[in-house]
Design a protein around this ligand. Structure first.
Ligand code: ADP
Ligand code: MG
Length: 735
């Protein structure tokens, strides 16, 4: 085994160390391109750290939180210092840096927030935007901001690192800066297409086809590890299970083509790993180690293995042709994660993973004709997402005229206008498109503007911020609060889990249910056992606890009062049919809590259609325009997610809960239909009497992009004054 130092010297970047340093010294902007695994992320920042003492602090951005964590751990190890000292990472709600940190890995979102607070990014000498080819929304906005920062502070070094060839665009954007190419050492990869399969037809069964193909490779191909690209946790867990099941029935002497008892090189065993962006899967060291002799490693992964992390030993790639991507849904006005087909560039990257250390093979589950019809490149996220937080961040930076911001690829103008109107509806910007005090407060929270709005109104209007902060902390995480046993675990367990859920459920829906679960968890000393026994996701709660305390810090900074809402007395019937008894209990009043949520989500409402659990999305602007009755604007059919508190109620207590007329939901996900999550019962009256409807009416006459010329010019002048003041203060502090 080579030592960690030897490993570093073997990487392709190593022989270009001095050239890289020279180039960084010489240029303000530099684009670096090199194959995945060549050492860009782990090595180049270290070269600067070790060889360029004049550089004070180096910031490196990653699109994925998980990459920031694993890379900084690896680099600390290589550097021989504990994580958080010389080298650290910072992601939303998790800071592992200290005053002595000189190399900081972080998400692009973190640097974006820092640029909002300090447009000169004065703490850094070098900023590296890594994985630039991923073209996340945050990365794209950073590009525009960094150009501005460069004008304010020309001595700041800006590096853009990318895995793919098409980087001229980056260079053009940054004043035609030089491109430093690290030649790859790649081996040929043979591409095999499933010629009879059209990609559209594949969509419904790519998981099982991928499993079959991986199994085919395992039994018919020579030694070498397999990397299978799927889309998300659910299909990856399923594929792992199906693959293991198939292998458990395998007779190696009979079924495996290259099986030979005496040959050490032959495959006699298999280990299966899931890999998705959660720490548990990333911290399984074995995924990142070479397989034992005679054993084959099969990894089912999301896109994270496409360019963000490198798994050694991969000789075979199975490309499902699909990816889960954030997409804007114009019907509901929200972002949703959708499974979509990949681009040619992505397919090429995926195949390339098979040829890193030896010749390899890539099995594409779709035909070569389908491949030809794929788009050349993935559409940048900025052109396919709701731009709410981005536009708010730009407005916060006094970039009033968002449409003319220096974007590398302009977002769709209608999406910008949509974001502007949503921000106006939330009260974050005024009629002239200028950020309001409320908007400034909202932008302080690392949450969606909707959720930030809710927290603020719970503190300033409805006196229930303690409760709302709890609920928002759970909603801010991406974990479901309840766990559901899989069908294979049997009817009994499913029934048991349902019973637990019903016990904790609140009759108004998910928001209050979350509060119930939280309170019960606290009452049970936050015990893991209680979570296990009640089918509650302990991780979601533990995570929410840390998020909550950070949100409270921000609320305190903003001087938002923390108040507990009043308790009300309600009558409850208990016991079985015969001998029912009535008792009076005191519980949290749901009304102010739900009204707080409505201040953010009053456009996310639906009313019950004819079917038992079908709802129709309500489009308020359309509704007002048509002046039709509020029950008629059926646009999209929405369904309740099976884990929703109300969804159980539909089945169990039909009589009492079938009275639901209106619901508010937090977001929509798509499987084969549009499914609402985070759903609670509301009254139409609350919506009608809220401030929101007035704003919907005013929307038509507002100039949200700051087209009010007079005001804009005044603002521009003020901005120029601000930035020259900033520039001169930087100069004086540097000399
Ligand atoms: P690039 O950014 O060019 O894709 P990296 O700097 O991420 O390359 O990785 C360079 C090499 O470092 C990888 O090929 C791998 O061998 C090694 N490496 C990176 N991360 C780890 C890790 N967490 N554990 C072990 N080896 C790692
Ligand atoms: Mg990298």
């Amino acid at each position: 085994m080579p030592s960690i130092d030897q490993e570093r010297r073997l990487l392709p970047t190593y022989e270009y160390k001095q050239d890289l340093i020279d180039a960084i010294r010489e240029h303000s902007f530099l684009v670096v391109i090199g194959e995945t695994g060549s050492g860009k992320t782990t090595q180049i920042p270290q070269y600067i750290l070790e060889e360029m003492p004049e550089m004070k602090k180096i910031g490196v951005t990653q699109p994925r939180r998980i990459a920031a964590i694993t890379v900084s751990k690896r680099v600390s190890e290589e550097h021989g210092t504990p994580l958080g000292k010389d080298i650290g990472y910072m992601i939303r709600f998790d800071d592992h840096t200290s005053s002595s940190t000189r190399l900081k890995y972080m998400t692009d979102g973190i640097l974006l927030r820092e640029a909002v607070q300090d447009p000169t990014l004065s703490q850094y000498s070098v900023v590296i935007v890594d994985e630039a080819h991923e073209r996340t929304l945050e990365t794209d906005v950073l590009f525009g901001l960094l150009k501005k920062t460069h004008r304010l502070r020309p001595e700041l070094k800006i590096l853009v690192m990318s895995a793919t060839l098409d980087v001229e665009k980056f260079s053009d954007f940054f004043d035609e800066c030089p491109i430093f190419e690290i030649p790859g050492r790649t081996f040929p990869v043979q591409i095999i297409h499933h010629q009879s399969m059209k990609i559209n037809a594949l969509k419904s069964n790519f998981v099982s086809t991928a499993v079959e193909t991986a199994f085919y490779i395992h039994t018919k191909e020579k030694a070498g590890d397999v990397l299978v690209f799927l889309t998300g946790q659910a299909d990856i867990d399923r594929a792992c299970q199906e693959f293991k099941d198939k292998c458990s029935e395998l007779d190696y002497t009979r079924d495996v083509k290259y099986y030979d008892v005496d040959d050490e090189e032959q495959v006699k065993d298999v280990s299966v790993y899931p890999l998705y962006a959660s720490l548990e899967t990333m911290e399984q060291r074995a995924v990142f180690e070479l397989s034992r002799r005679g054993s084959r490693k099969v990894v089912f992964s999301t896109n994270v293995a496409q360019t963000s992390v490198t798994i050694p030993g991969i000789k075979y790639v199975v490309d499902s042709g699909f990816v889960k991507e954030k997409s804007y849904d114009p019907n509901t006005g929200m972002d949703a994660l959708l499974v979509t087909s990949i681009s040619k560039a992505a397919a090429t990257q995926r195949a390339g993973r098979a040829g890193r250390t030896a010749p390899g093979k890539a099995y594409r589950l779709y035909s070569s004709e389908s491949f030809e019809h794929l788009p050349d490149d993935t559409i940048p996220e900025i052109q396919r997402s709701s731009l709410l937080s981005t536009v708010l961040a730009l407005k916060r930076m006094n970039i009033v005229d968002v449409l003319n911001f220096e974007f590398i690829d302009k977002p769709d103008e209608t999406l910008v206008m949509k974001a502007l109107s949503q921000l106006f509806l939330l009260g974050a910007i005024d009629h002239h498109g200028v950020i309001t005090e409320l908007g400034k407060q909202m932008s302080q929270f690392p949450l969606s503007p909707y959720l930030s709005r809710v927290i603020i109104s719970s503190a300033t209007e409805y006196e229930c911020s303690e409760e709302v902060l709890t609920i928002a902390s759970v909603l801010a995480g991406d974990n479901d609060l309840f766990r559901a046993p899989s069908p294979r675990q049997g009817e009994d367990l499913i029934a048991e889990a349902e019973k637990c859920k019903l016990k904790l459920a609140h009759h108004s829906g998910d928001h209050m249910t979350i509060l119930n679960v939280w309170n019960e968890w606290r009452r049970n000393d936050e015990s893991r056992r209680w979570c296990r026994d009640n089918w509650v996701n302990q991780k979601a709660l533990a995570n929410a606890k840390s998020v909550r305390s950070q949100l409270i810090d921000i609320a305190n900074q903003l001087k938002l009062p923390l108040v507990r809402t009043r308790r009300i007395e309600v009558e409850r019937t208990s016991g079985k049919k015969e001998g029912r008894s009535k008792e009076v209990v005191r519980e949290v009043d749901a009304v102010p809590v739900l009204k707080s949520f409505l201040t953010g989500y009053y456009t996310n409402i639906a009313n019950k259609a004819s079917g038992r659990s079908v709802f129709s999305h309500y489009a308020p602007d359309q509704h007002l325009a048509e002046k039709s009755s509020h029950t008629s604007s059926a646009l999209v059919a929405l369904y309740l997610h099976p884990l929703c508190a109300l969804s159980d109620m539909f089945d169990r207590n039909k009589t009492r809960y079938s009275q639901i007329e209106w619901v508010m939901y937090m977001h929509v996900t798509y499987t084969n239909r549009a499914v609402m999550k985070g759903v609670s019962k509301i009254l139409w009256d609350w919506v009608r009497s809220g401030k929101g409807h007035e704003r919907i009416r005013q929307l038509a006459t507002a100039h949200l992009n700051g087209v009010d010329k007079k005001k804009l010019n005044k603002k521009r002048k003020q901005l120029l004054d601000d930035s020259s003041a900033q520039a001169s203060s930087v100069e004086s502090s540097d000399t």
